[in-house]
Design a protein around this ligand. Structure first.
Ligand SMILES: Cc1ncc(COP(=O)(O)O)c(C=O)c1O
Length: 495
C-alpha cells in the first residue's frame, strides 16, 4: 500500500516540475515588464500587426507540453510588440486607461491567490472588496449605507443598475412573472449622447431599445430638461410606464455632463429611478476645479463607474453602487441548497458578510479588488485628485492650442477631459473635409505619433482626444497639434 503523499506514477499536477527554473523565468518576466513599462515613451504609440504575426494565431490547439521559457519567448516576439498602445503617454483614443506598475503587481498577487470572491465572510478577499467599495463611496460622497459590487467594467455596472431600477419600479414581482406580465410598457430616458452600453443593457433586460427614449441635448451636450419633462408627460398620457432616467456624468463623445441635480429633482417629483452612468466622469468629483460639474451625482439611486479608465487601474474593473441595499439584493439574490449562507456560524460559508454574488449576475468572481486596494493605498485619493485635475487642465490646454491654430477648429466646448476638433482647410468642406480628418486619425496611428479616435459631431467627422492618461505631459499635446497640422497640410496640398 502507498503511504499518504507518496507519488503514484500516473498522477500529475500542473505545478512546475522544476521550481527553480520557473522562479528564474518569473524574475526575468518581472524585470522585462518593468523595463517595458519604464521605456514606453520611447516606442511608437501603436504599430499595425503584420499578417504573418496574425497568421501565427490560427494554429491548432497544442496537445503536448512546451517549455515555459519557449512560451515566454514567443510572447516576447509575437504578442508584446503589438499592443493596443493605451499605456503610452500619447494615447487618447476612445476612453481607455493606462494602468500602473503596482496595478500590474497586484494582478500577479491576486492570480496567485486565485480567490473566488463570489461570497464568504471567512476568507479575506471579500473584506478587501468591501473596503474598496466603502472607500469609493467615501471618495465620491455617496451614502455609506449604499450597497455595491465590483464589476468587469461599466457595461456590467450599467446592466446591474438598470436591472435593479426595472425590478424596483415595476410594481409587480418582475423576477417571478417576467416582463410579459407588465400591465404597461416600461420606458426610460437618456440623452441622445448616452453610451451604447445603456442600449445594450436595455435590450438585455428585455425592454427593447425603443423603450429607451433618447432626448436632444443643448450646446453643452446636456440632456434637454424641458424635452425630457414633456416626453415623460406624453408617455404617461399614452399609457406607458416611465421608470428611470439615465444621467450622464461624462458622455463618451464630448465629456458632456448632464445637470445631475436637476435630474435628481425631476426623478424625485416623478417617482423615477435615477441611474447615473459615470464610467469615467464620476471621478471628476475628485478634481478640485471640476467637482461642481458632477454635483447631484451623489443623489442617484444607482451609480455606475469604472476604475480602469480614469482611476488608471489595469483592466478589468468597474463598480456599481446602489443607494437602496435591499432593492439591490432583491434583484439578484438566490440561494440554492448548495450555496446556503448568511446565517452566522463558522466555516467558509459561515459569517454574516453579504455575498457579492447576491448583488450581481456573476457567481464566480476574481479578486479584482486587490488592485484597487493596493493602488488606492499606494497613491491616496489626494494624488488621484491632482492627476485627474491635471488631465482636465491638459484637455483645456489642448483646447487653447486648437483655438490658437487657424488650421484647426473646436467641434464642441471642452468641459472635462475630452476634446473634439478638426482640421479645416480653406475651400474645403463636407465629405472631402471629413475624409481628410479620417485620414489624419489613421496617419497619426500608423506613424506611431499618437492615437486619437474619431466621431461625428453635428454631422461632421471630428478628431477626438479623451485624456485619462497619467503619463501625458503638456508637451505631448504640442506634438499632437503640430503633427495634425502637418498631416492636414500634406493631405490637402493638391487641393
Ligand atoms: C460613458 C460610458 N459608459 C459606459 C461605458 C462602458 O464601460 P466599459 O467599457 O468599462 O464596459 C463607457 C466606455 O467607454 C463609457 O464611456
Amino acid at each position: 500500500m502507498k503511504r499518504e503523499n507518496e507519488n503514484v506514477e500516473s498522477e500529475e499536477t500542473l505545478d512546475p516540475d522544476d521550481w527553480e527554473s520557473m522562479r528564474k523565468l518569473g524574475h526575468k518576466m518581472l524585470d522585462d515588464m518593468l523595463d517595458y513599462m519604464q521605456t514606453v515613451r520611447e516606442r511608437p504609440v501603436w504599430q499595425p500587426v503584420p499578417n504573418q504575426i496574425k497568421a501565427h494565431f490560427s494554429r491548432p490547439a497544442p496537445q503536448q507540453p512546451q517549455p515555459p521559457e519557449e512560451i515566454y519567448e514567443e510572447f516576447v516576439e509575437k504578442v508584446l510588440p503589438y499592443p493596443m498602445g493605451n499605456i503610452h503617454p500619447r494615447f487618447w483614443g476612445w476612453i481607455l486607461g493606462t494602468g500602473t506598475v503596482m496595478g500590474a503587481f497586484a494582478e500577479l498577487l491576486a492570480a496567485s491567490m486565485n480567490t473566488n470572491t463570489g461570497g464568504g465572510d471567512n476568507h479575506i478577499a471579500n473584506h478587501v472588496e468591501k473596503q474598496v467599495i466603502d472607500w469609493i463611496k467615501e471618495i465620491l460622497r455617496y451614502p455609506q449605507s449604499a450597497s455595491g459590487v465590483l464589476t468587469s467594467g461599466c457595461s456590467a455596472a450599467n446592466i446591474i443598475g438598470l436591472t435593479v431600477a426595472r425590478n424596483a419600479k415595476a410594481g409587480f414581482d418582475l423576477r417571478r412573472k417576467g416582463l410579459q406580465s407588465a400591465p404597461r410598457k416600461m420606458v426610460l430616458y437618456a440623452s441622445q449622447e448616452v453610451h451604447s452600453s445603456i442600449q445594450k443593457a436595455v435590450e438585455l433586460l428585455g425592454l427593447g431599445s425603443e423603450a429607451l427614449r433618447r432626448l436632444p441635448v443643448n450646446d453643452y451636450f446636456q440632456i434637454d430638461l424641458e424635452a425630457l419633462k414633456a416626453t415623460i408627460t406624453k408617455d404617461r398620457e399614452d399609457g406607458y410606464q416611465p421608470f428611470c432616467v439615465v444621467g450622464a456624468a461624462g458622455t463618451t463623445n464630448t465629456g458632456g455632463i448632464d445637470d445631475l441635480g436637476a435630474l435628481a429633482d425631476l426623478c424625485q417629483q416623478e417617482n423615477l429611478w435615477l441611474h447615473v452612468d459615470g464610467a469615467f466622469g464620476a471621478w471628476a468629483a475628485l478634481a478640485p476645479r471640476a467637482r461642481n460639474k458632477v454635483a447631484g451625482m451623489e443623489r442617484a439611486d444607482s451609480l455606475a463607474l469604472d476604475l480602469h479608465k480614469w482611476m488608471y487601474m489595469p483592466y478589468e474593473i468597474g463598480c456599481i453602487l446602489v443607494r437602496h441595499e435591499e432593492q439591490h439584493r432583491k434583484a439578484f439574490a438566490v440561494m440554492p441548497e448548495y450555496l446556503v449562507h448568511g446565517e452566522g456560524g463558522r466555516g467558509l460559508s459561515g459569517g454574516d458578510l453579504p455575498w457579492f454574488s447576491d448583488y450581481g449576475f456573476q457567481l464566480s468572481r476574481g479578486f479584482r479588488a486587490l488592485k484597487a486596494w493596493m493602488s488606492l493605498k499606494e497613491h491616496g485619493s489626494c494624488k488621484y485628485a491632482r492627476i485627474i485635475q491635471q488631465n482636465i487642465d491638459q484637455a483645456f490646454y489642448l483646447g487653447e492650442l486648437v483655438n490658437a491654430s487657424p488650421e484647426l477648429e473646436l467641434s464642441a466646448p471642452v468641459t472635462l477631459n475630452v476634446v473634439c476638433f478638426r482640421y479645416v482647410a480653406p475651400d474645403m468642406d463636407g465629405d472631402a473635409l471629413d475624409e481628410v480628418n479620417k485620414r489624419i486619425v489613421i496617419e497619426l496611428q500608423e506613424q506611431g505619433v499618437a492615437v486619437l479616435s474619431g466621431t461625428i459631431i453635428k454631422g461632421k467627422y471630428v478628431l477626438r482626444a479623451a485624456n485619462s492618461n497619467h503619463r501625458s505631459r503638456r508637451g505631448d499635446f504640442d506634438v499632437l497639434v503640430r503633427e495634425v497640422i502637418r498631416m492636414g497640410k500634406e493631405l490637402t496640398a493638391d487641393n
